[in-house]
Design a protein around this ligand. Structure first.
Ligand SMILES: Nc1ncnc2c1ncn2[C@@H]1O[C@H](COP(=O)(O)OP(=O)(O)O)[C@@H](O)[C@H]1O
Ligand SMILES: [Mg+2]
Length: 249
C-alpha cells in the first residue's frame, strides 16, 4: 500500500478535512438546514468522537463524509481526495475501498444471511465468494458473533444486528471507519468491547475512526471529542483519559 501516492501524502496529515460544509433538506414546508458551515479536520489514525443534541446534524455530517449524502456547499476531502469531484464510478470505487460506514439503523439486507451481509464489501471488490465468506467469518469472530453467521438478521437481537453492521464495516480493512451511534443497542460491557475492537484497528491497521455517540460511558475511547450544535462544530477537546488497547476482544 505504500506505493499508493494518496496514502503516502496523507499519512503525515489528515484523513478528513471538511471546510464550510453546508446542507439543507428540502421539505414540502420549506428547507430544513442541517449543516451551517462545518469545519472539521480529523488526523490520520485519530479516534474522533462527534457529540451533540439530537437533530444538531451529526448523522448528516458523517453521511456526507462517508459519501452516502451529497453536500450543498463547502468541501470535504478524504485522504486528500474529494470523492464528489471524481467521476461517479471512481467516487464509488474510492468509497468502496477506503470507507466503512456503520449506519444508525444498521441497514442489513434482510434476505441475506449474517455472513453474506458481512461479505458484501468484499464481493463489491470482486473477491471470490468463498474467500469473502472466510474473511466475513473472521470479522464476525472479532465482534463475538461467529456462531450466528448462518442466521438471518431478523433472528438476531438489536445489539447483535448492530455488531453485524460493525463486522461489515471493518471486513475490508477500510482506512476510514465512520460509525453512527455504534453502541446504542449494546449493554455496557459489549459496548466497551466494541470500542476496544475499533481502537485496536487504529493501532493494528492504522485506521482512522469517526464515532457519533450519545454514550458518555465510551468517551474515554476518543482521542478528541468534537461538539456540535445547530449545524455547527462548537468546540473540540482532547479526551481526558484515552484507553489504548492493542488486542481485539
Ligand atoms: N431526510 C430528511 N428530511 C428532512 N429533514 C431532515 C432529514 N434528515 C435530517 N433532517 C433534519 O436535519 C437536521 C439534522 O438531522 P441529523 O443530521 O439527523 O441530526 P442528528 O444525527 O444530530 O440527530 C434535523 O433538524 C433533522 O430533523
Ligand atoms: Mg443521528
Amino acid at each position: 500500500m505504500n506505493a499508493d501516492p494518496q496514502r503516502a501524502a496523507s499519512s503525515a496529515g489528515f484523513a478528513v478535512v471538511c471546510e464550510q460544509l453546508a446542507k439543507a433538506y428540502p421539505t414540502p414546508t420549506g428547507s430544513v438546514p442541517a449543516l451551517r458551515g462545518v469545519d472539521l479536520a480529523v488526523r490520520t489514525r485519530e479516534v474522533m468522537f462527534l457529540v451533540g443534541p439530537s437533530g444538531c446534524g451529526k448523522t448528516t455530517l458523517i453521511s456526507i463524509v462517508a459519501g452516502v449524502l451529497r453536500r450543498d456547499a463547502g468541501r470535504c476531502t478524504i485522504f486528500d481526495v474529494d470523492p464528489e469531484s471524481l467521476p461517479s464510478a471512481q467516487a464509488t470505487a474510492f468509497r468502496r475501498d477506503h470507507i466503512g460506514f456503520v449506519f444508525q439503523s444498521y441497514n442489513l439486507i434482510p434476505s441475506l444471511s449474517v455472513r453474506d451481509n458481512v461479505s458484501i464489501p468484499l464481493l463489491l471488490q470482486r473477491a471470490k465468494p468463498r474467500d469473502a465468506a472466510k474473511t466475513a467469518q473472521r470479522s464476525l469472530e472479532l465482534v463475538g458473533l461467529s456462531d450466528q453467521a448462518d442466521k438471518m438478521p431478523s433472528e438476531l437481537s438489536g445489539g447483535q444486528q448492530q455488531r453485524v453492521a460493525i463486522a461489515r464495516a471493518i471486513v475490508h480493512s477500510p482506512r476510514l471507519i465512520v460509525c453512527d451511534e455504534p453502541t446504542s443497542a449494546l449493554d455496557h460491557t459489549t459496548g466497551r468491547d466494541i470500542m476496544k475492537l475499533l481502537r485496536s484497528l487504529v493501532l493494528e491497521r492504522g485506521t482512522t475512526l469517526i464515532v457519533v455517540t450519545h454514550d458518555r460511558r465510551i468517551y474515554e475511547y476518543a482521542d478528541r471529542i468534537a461538539e456540535m450544535d445547530d449545524g455547527r462544530i462548537t468546540g473540540i477537546r482532547a479526551s481526558s483519559s484515552v484507553i489504548v488497547e492493542g488486542t481485539a476482544p
